[in-house]
Structure formats: C-alpha cells, structure tokens
Design a protein around this ligand. Structure first.
Ligand code: 5GP
Ligand code: MN
Length: 323
C-alpha cells in the first residue's frame, strides 16, 4: 500500500477554489461522518465546498450539522478538487462519484479499506485506520485545523459506528485518544451511541422475526436470507439488513456469517462478517465487492438461489484458510 500523500493532498486543497466531497452508496455512519466532519472543517477554513451522496443523508444521522447541505444528486457544477471518502472503488461512489470525477481536475482518494483500488490522483489510504473519520481527524490535525463541535460530532459518529462502539478487533489505545479529543470538544458519546448503534425502527424487528426462521448454521457458516417477500411483509424499505449479519456473527459456533438480501432490481446484496482470524474481504473481492477482514460485502447477480450457490464455496475457503 502506497504511503499516504498528506502533503500533496493538503497542497491540492489549499490551491482549490471549489471542492467536492463524495462518499459511498447506501452511506453508513462513517461515510456521513467523514463527509460532514471534513465538509464542516473545510467550510470553517473558508473553502467553497459541495457535499454529495446518491440518495442523500439517511435518517439516523440527519441531525448532524451540515446534513441539510448534502446534495442527493449532482447534475451541475465543476470543481478543482474532488475528495472521495470511505469508498474502496469508483463504482462504490455511485452517480455522484461519476459526475464528480468527470467535472473535477484532481481526485483525492481517502479511505481505510484494504481492498481500495487506488483510483484517483492523490491517495490517503490507511488500512490500519478503524474508520475513514480517523484519517480525516489526522488530516485536520496535520493541517492545523481546530476542531469545533460541528466537526467533532460527525467524526465521533464514524469512529463509534465503524468500531461498533469500540468493540472491533482493530481498536487500540490511540482510537480512544482520538475519541477523547472529540468528546473534549463536546461530542456526546452516549447520545451518538443512542442515535446510531442503539436505534432501530419496529420494521427492522418485523423483518428479523421473519428472517430468523431462515437462519442455518452449517460447519462454522451461519447464513440468513432476506427475500423481497420478507421485505414487503415487514414494510422494510431501508438499505442494509438493520444489523442482522452483525447479530449472527456473535453465534459461538460461527466463524463466518452471511446475509443475502434480494434487491428490487433482482440483484443480491451479500453482507459478510467473520470472527478474527477469518478474512471475508478475500471472498468479497472475488465477488466484485470489497471491505475489511471482519466486515465485507458485494452486490452480485441474482436470483437468490444461485447467488447462494456461487458464494458458499468462497466462504468455505475462507473458513478452511482461517484459524
Ligand atoms: P455491510 O454488510 O454493512 O453492508 O457492509 C460491510 C462492509 O462491506 C462495508 O463497510 C463495505 O466496506 C463493504 N461493502 C459492502 N457492500 C459492498 C459492495 O457492494 N462493494 C464494495 N466494494 N464494498 C462493499
Ligand atoms: Mn468506513
């Protein structure tokens, strides 16, 4: 992995009259946290900044400062610099990414996925970072940008959500030092936990009620399937699985957890989790997706039944190669 180009990246930003920030499709807490944390910081520095992600900001983080300035699509504008945040590849940043890349002179790729394809012109890719907000926080420190509450809150959202509340195996003492710096600026850890990790609409529970019936455990692999019929019966219209795959991997007997979700376009979202020692990102990359050792995913052609047949051999290999 190429060393982070902090100086080149800062120089590109400093000489830019207008900047675009984009993040990944179906944005999670780290995607929006890094978008708003960095966006609010650049605005505090007096920069002209546009923020965009396909579909806009999801409900659970719309209370963050600046969320109302995020565009849900781009069809006008051009920029000196586009910064891509938390996207491991170009496809992951959706139509906003396509438009932004075509209308920006320089692309800076800021991410923490080991599967990053190193697209763009300047790279700050740090696989050891627990979240992209950790990289943003380091970058702001490097720039000498003071943190305000409007910057600290989204950054803490990314740190908390990508570490599942400081519980993932990559968390270390430095993670807590970074969190402490954000808490010292007024970001509330209990409020962020309550609004992100500890918050679910009843339709999620209605979905889980149905889907838990489909769960199977077979030789270290636990799997669940979400069909269109399940989604419709539960009235579940949100992205993702509302944390189901993360719940399944807590099963003592499981090494790898997978949830298959049928999309309305017939394709299948595959969400993967693993115990430390088992690397599901290898399987995700071979399926055309990406992610981290312990949390990865891909979107693959349907139908649901053949998707399972295609994915399971790769997951068996992950279990065999792990320890
Ligand atoms: P989740 O299971 O929560 O949807 O995704 C877990 C992780 O897998 C994400 O944080 C992201 O790193 C990765 N991921 C999920 N879906 C995709 C995908 O379609 N493409 C890529 N490149 N990564 C994905
Ligand atoms: Mn992330």
């Amino acid at each position: 992995m190429k060393a982070p180009q902090w100086t080149d990246a800062t120089r590109a930003l400093d000489s830019a009259a207008c900047i675009l920030l984009v993040t990944h499709l179906q944005p999670d807490g780290d995607a929006i946290g890094s978008l708003l944390g960095f966006g609010n910081a650049l605005r505090a520095r007096g920069c002209t900044v546009d923020l965009a992600v396909d579909g806009g900001v999801p409900d659970f983080v719309e209370w963050l400062t600046g969320a109302d300035t995020v565009q849900s699509r781009l069809n006008a504008g051009s920029w000196d610099v586009m910064v891509s945040l938390d996207s491991s590849d170009e496809e992951r940043s959706g139509d906003c990414g396509i438009y932004g890349r075509a209308h920006s002179k320089t692309v800076i790729n800021v991410d923490h996925h080991p599967s990053n394809t190193m697209f763009g012109d300047i790279h700050i890719v740090v696989p050891d970072a627990v979240s992209t907000t950790e990289i943003v926080q380091d970058w702001l420190t490097h720039m000498g940008q003071p943190l305000t509450l409007a910057i600290a809150e989204p950054l803490l959202v990314g740190l908390v959500t990508d570490t599942l509340g400081f519980r993932t195996s990559n968390v270390n003492g430095r993670t807590l030092v970074l969190a402490q710096e954000l808490v010292a600026k007024g970001a509330s850890l209990p409020q962020i936990v309550a609004r992100t990790l500890n918050s679910k609409p009843y339709k999620s529970i209605a979905l889980w009620k149905r889907v838990l019936n489909s769960v199977e455990l077979d030789d270290g692999l636990i799997s669940g399937t979400i069909s269109r019929a399940d989604l419709e019966a539960a009235g579940f219209d949100e992205t993702g699985d509302s944390g189901l795959v993360g719940f399944l991997i807590a099963t003592d007997e499981a090494k790898v957890a997978v949830v298959y979700k049928e999309r309305d376009d017939g394709r299948v979202e595959v969400s993967l989790r693993s115990k430390p020692g088992y690397d599901v990102s290898v399987a995700a990359v071979s399926l055309g997706g990406g992610g981290h050792k312990q949390a990865s995913g891909a979107t693959i052609p349907g139908p649901l039944s053949t998707a399972r047949d295609r994915v399971e051999p790769d997951l068996r290999t992950v279990i065999q190669n792990g320890s």
